[in-house]
Design a protein around this ligand. Structure first.
Ligand code: SAM
Length: 312
């Protein structure tokens, strides 16, 4: 993976580039480089030093940490991360930002920039090569159009990650941290909570960004579990059940699971498993906890070795 550049180290007081958290400095850089914002890349740059400080503190960055930043933009948060971390690797898709990053990060010897699409980067290999396989910290003001694939990609590819502290759309943060009974509870809540503990750091209004996004934002910290909170015989089946349950969330579990093309399970088998778990035959997926989904998955596995009948 070609590193585009690595800065060189200077003392903080010698830094040539002013704090980009100050909107005036961001405007100056953008105008001087005639940078044009690309909507398709979800480019909304942070221009609030208070929020930046909060993110760095919530992530608990120390000089022992290797930090992966996804989408550094013009390098605003990268500068803050570089001040606190041992090493920062920033992955940016937009090649028009690379000359700007070369300028704004030139003072930092502990930053490397990759001009890549994060969804195509083998982050587990990166952690192995650059951090000896030790857990890394991920910190980002994420491009909102790919929030879920980025986060689920880190989890499902078993990247060694200690924590993920990210700015996301407010509505997505609400979905990640919700439990049964909430309108926001769904497949994303269960998937995220299987892998991590969630903590809402702050809600962030649109005026903290340039340009202003049309939606509210929030910073959420996901602290990865060493072991999942539930143990299941077949993880693939657990996630297949969760997906099928919320694909048609107003239907009863018996209906949504028995009609799912992803699963081959009858209404009778589901009814028997629900009864064994002490759940109503008309219960909906939105009422089940992660533990109950795990119980359901294990009972269905026992009943007919359902893992073989799961078509994903
Ligand atoms: N970190 C900067 C900040 O806070 O000001 C910019 C954040 S902006 C919301 C998202 C950044 O992610 C943009 O710089 C955008 O170009 C970049 N980006 C979008 N899609 C990406 C992808 N697939 N891989 C890597 N970077 C991406």
């Amino acid at each position: 993976m070609p590193v585009v550049f690595t800065g060189f180290h200077r003392k903080r007081e010698d830094r040539a580039v002013a704090d980009l958290g100050n909107p005036r400095n961001t405007i100056e850089i953008i105008q001087r480089h005639a940078f044009v914002f690309q909507k398709k890349f979800g480019q909304n740059f942070l221009i609030d030093t208070h929020v930046l400080g909060k993110i760095i503190r919530a992530a608990g960055i120390t000089e022992r940490d290797f930090v992966l930043e996804i989408g550094p933009g013009i390098g605003t948060m990268t500068q803050y991360l570089a001040e606190a971390a041992g090493h920062v690797c920033a992955v940016e898709i937009d090649r028009n930002l690379i000359p700007i990053l070369e300028e704004t990060l030139a003072d930092y010897g502990n930053v490397s920039v990759l001009n890549e699409d994060i969804l195509k980067v083998d982050v587990a290999a990166l952690a192995r090569e650059k951090n000896g396989g030790r857990p890394i910290k991920v910190v980002a003001n994420l491009p909102y159009y790919i929030t879920t694939p980025i986060i689920m990609g880190l989890f499902e590819n078993h990247v060694p990650v200690e924590s993920i502290t990210v700015m996301v759309q407010k509505e997505v943060a609400d979905r990640m941290k919700s439990g049964p009974g909430s309108k926001d509870y769904g497949a994303l809540s269960l998937a995220v909570q299987y892998y991590a503990e969630t903590y809402l750091v702050a809600n962030v209004p649109p005026n903290c960004f340039m340009p202003r996004p049309k939606v509210g934002s929030a910073v959420i910290r996901l602290t990865c579990h060493r072991e999942p909170p539930v143990k299941v015989k077949d993880e693939r089946l657990l996630f297949g059940l969760i997906r099928a349950s919320f694909n048609q969330r107003r239907k009863t579990l018996q209906n949504s699971l028995s009609h799912s093309p992803e699963l081959s399970v009858t209404k009778e088998e589901i009814a028997a498993a629900l009864e064994e778990l002490g759940l109503s035959p008309t219960v909906r997926g939105e009422a089940l906890t992660l533990e109950q989904f795990a119980g359901l998955a294990d009972r269905l596995t026992d009943k007919k070795g359902l893992a073989d009948g799961l078509h994903i």
